[in-house]
Design a protein around this ligand. Structure first.
Ligand SMILES: Cc1cc2nc3c(=O)[nH]c(=O)nc-3n(C[C@H](O)[C@H](O)[C@H](O)COP(=O)(O)OP(=O)(O)OC[C@H]3O[C@@H](n4cnc5c(N)ncnc54)[C@H](O)[C@@H]3O)c2cc1C
Ligand code: SF4
Length: 488
């Protein structure tokens, strides 16, 4: 254990942000790191509980008290080894994870949890700075080949694990660059893209082959790929966006959030030929949808110089604290305020968009909403009811639809004859990530639906174990909760 009285001596301290007016002038990350001494104190707050509930809160089963203790003792290299034994890419989760582990931290029962996510980021960044993270190609090759289709966090994690097991791995990606939503969904101000490049360079040095600009199912059929490789894993994400089929949805200015975010990320990357420009500059913007994607649209719109940004959420406003019916250590549905929300957007809850309004040229000029309430009757699911007399018209030249994703694309599934559920998530056997076609596996958002980076990495790791078993009869690749040979 770290410092026995650490949690009594030190308050929770998390890294800050640069001032709003400064950070909205650029697209770079804007956090203000803590000093090493302060990080040690944060590590010392961990109580090393007999039953570490944070382990079960983390979908990767990260060995949290162990790396907290190592940070407290200033043993950063050891901390990095412990962290990498369960997580291939802590630089992504340490920046972007909503940290369900912290909601499960025992200190959180009646106080402030340990700053687990921030320690994770500092451990991995220290390890990169010190040069401890280097390519470690496998000593022996198995002679087996695996194709990974999709280079998001699930595909990258599966690729690294399978490569460690000695298999020759090729990752196919239809976009220009690898990273999935890390690259073209999440804005640079949350994750600068050189962080992805830094890691993929190491993966390449370890022997993984990346083939970008190849749309599997279109440029090469999945059947052909199956013939060429000993196993396939689909990690193509949940890419089918939810629309808003109301009057005026066709107007110029009603835009899918992903089109907006992707174009902006590509523009920042200096890419050309981005199609028709979508920009918030000088516009009244309404972001419809209160999740992560909506929040990213707010931060991006503000950086582009929107006149105003309003954010609509159809659900009611959650409470600030943990609701009584969602006790510790479960993940609570409470009000979450991102750094983007604090940059000048106004948030509205319990509001439904009824129709868009346009001018004679087909341009969006406004939209109409009404307030809604969720009505519950015993034994029935809550239903949404409009509150009469609450209709309101809003001026708006850009409406961004951030309504989530309905499932995955079916081209590859149809070519291979894969089974999917009603939401078009590809079905896999209980806990073994095998589809109904032998040798074809699935992981990440394409299997579980729209989710989180930490889940994608976890699924990629788990699936790699099962692919290794399929190819070799057994596997040394760890499953969740087993830990790994420490590797960075
Ligand atoms: C805007 C936005 C912000 C988010 N912010 C967060 C956050 O802050 N924290 C968090 O934890 N989660 C966040 N998420 C969710 C998170 O990004 C996803 O859960 C995660 O990226 C899923 O990983 P994945 O590897 O399964 O799929 P993806 O990241 O979606 O990657 C799939 C990849 O497969 C490629 N592909 C698909 N089909 C083919 C094909 N046929 N051939 C070749 N390539 C193909 C795609 O181009 C893509 O690159 C966010 C999501 C969005 C949309
Ligand atoms: S990956 Fe997420 S849940 Fe797991 S320890 Fe890190 S911040 Fe917590």
């Amino acid at each position: 254990m770290g410092k026995i009285t650490g949690f009594l001596e030190f308050d929770r301290k998390i890294e800050g942000y640069t001032a709003v007016e400064k950070r909205i002038s650029h697209y770079k990350e804007f956090t203000l790191p803590l000093k090493e001494k302060e990080l040690g104190e944060q590590g010392a707050r961990c109580m090393d509980c007999g039953v570490p509930f944070c382990h079960s809160g983390c979908p990767l089963g990260n060995l949290i008290p162990d790396f907290n203790d190592a940070v407290y003792r200033g043993k950063w290299e050891k901390a990095a080894e412990i962290l990498h034994s369960t997580n291939n890419f802590p630089e992504f989760t340490g920046r972007l994870c909503p940290a369900p582990c912290e909601e499960a931290c025992v200190l959180g029962i009646n106080g402030d949890p340990v700053t687990i996510e921030n320690l994770e980021k500092n451990i991995v960044e220290t390890a990169f700075q010190k040069g401890w993270i280097t390519a470690r190609p496998p000593a022996v090759r198995s002679g087996k080949t695996v194709a990974v289709i999709g280079s998001g966090p699930a595909g990258l994690a599966a690729a690294q694990q399978l490569n460690r097991a000695g298999h020759l791995v090729t990752v196919f990606e239809r976009d220009q660059k690898v990273g999935g939503l890390l690259r073209y969904g999440i804005p640079d101000f949350k994750l600068e893209k050189h962080i992805i490049d830094r890691r993929t360079t190491i993966l390449e040095e370890e022997g993984i082959v990346f083939k970008t600009g190849i749309n599997v199912g279109v440029d090469i059929s999945a059947i052909e790929l199956k013939k060429q490789f000993d196993a396939l894993i689909l990690t193509g994400g949940a890419t089918v966006r939810r629309g808003l089929p109301i009057d005026g949805a066709h107007l110029k200015g009603v835009v899918q959030a992903m089109d907006f975010l992707k174009q902006n990320n590509k523009r920042i990357d200096g890419l050309k030929d981005l199609g028709e420009e979508i920009k918030a500059t000088g516009k009244d913007v309404v972001v419809i949808g209160g999740g992560d994607t909506g929040s990213d649209c707010i931060g991006t719109s503000i950086r582009q110089g929107a006149t105003s940004v309003s954010n609509f959420e159809i659900l009611g406003k959650p409470s600030q604290g943990r609701p009584d019916d969602q006790p510790w250590p479960f993940w609570p549905m409470r009000l979450r305020t991102s750094s983007s929300h604090k940059e000048g957007a106004e948030r509205f809850f319990s509001i439904s968009t009824k129709r868009f309004i346009g001018d004679h040229n087909g341009n969006l000029t406004g939209l109409v909403t009404s307030e809604v309430e969720w009505v519950s009757e015993p034994g029935k699911r809550p239903v949404l009811r409009e509150i009469t007399g609450t209709e309101k018209e809003w001026k708006c030249e850009l409406a961004l639809l951030a309504l989530g994703f309905t499932g995955s694309e079916m081209t590859i599934a149809e070519q291979l004859g894969l089974e999917a559920d009603a939401r078009t998530n590809i079905r896999a056997g209980e806990g073994n990530y095998r589809t109904n076609i032998p040798g074809v596996f699935v992981a990440g958002d394409q299997r579980r639906g729209q989710s989180l980076i930490v889940w994608a990495i976890s699924e990629g790791r788990q699936a790699a174990h099962h692919i290794d078993v399929f190819l070799m009869g057994s596997s040394d690749l760890p499953l969740k909760g087993e830990g790994d040979l420490p590797r960075i």
